[in-house]
Design a protein around this ligand. Sequence first.
Ligand code: BGC
Length: 266
Amino acid sequence: MEDSPSRQDHVAHPLGIDFGGSGIKGAPVDLGTGTFAADRVRIPTPEHSTPQAVAEVVRELLAAFPEHTGTPVGITVPGVVRHGVVQSAANIDEAWIGTDADTLFTRTLGRDVHVVNDADAAGIAEVRWGAALGVRGLVVVTTLGTGIGSALIMDGRLVPNSELGHLEIDGHDAESRAAASAREREGLSWQEWAERLTRYYSTVEMLFSPDLFVVGGGVSKKAEKFLPLIDVRTPLVPATLLNTAGIVGAAACADDEARGRSDAVG
Ligand code: BGC
């Protein structure tokens, strides 16, 4: 059978996988444009989300993209990742702590896998293709979800594992008061939540004097409801990649790592 023109033009792209509390999602990513090269596939996160259980789901996900083999795979984890080893697990199974996830996934999947913190991946995507494209100086990308994730990016280069969601503010772990999950759990109005976010972002502003805040996470789809109510001096803009940022950033980090680029992370 003759190949169709689109098959002949086919390019195998790196894959990005986003491991979240409710779903594990993946897609091949066109790094020329920072967009998905095929429709995203989502599989629910196993109830007991141990590293091995997640690796099995990722294997299933990769099988959905047979045309994209041999390329690097980037996987986000909502925890600190140093040299491939997961070192914290605020909102995931504790079995992750101390797991050499790069090695586990590479062995289980028989592919070159690179694991990266979820907010760092989203930050890289926003700086290369999204709301912080071309911004010089210090950009702080935050993700508001179950927790608060952060990425510190200076002149386009990431300082990994910043974990600014765990700043202690007024005697509390900041994310326990200001994450999107706190708004839902406590039934806060947008105004009440924005007051907590003002306290949060002004603390980060005082400590880092950033040039720009980018606010991501699922709730940034509703940015008009709370962003204008946050009172800080630093410009604050919604993320633009929204639910594609983790996947796109993970693929970009894995590609950087495979090429031995100096701004590769983790
Ligand atoms: C974790 C971070 C993660 C963030 C968002 C925090 O609780 O400590 O590593 O980036 O949640 O998922």
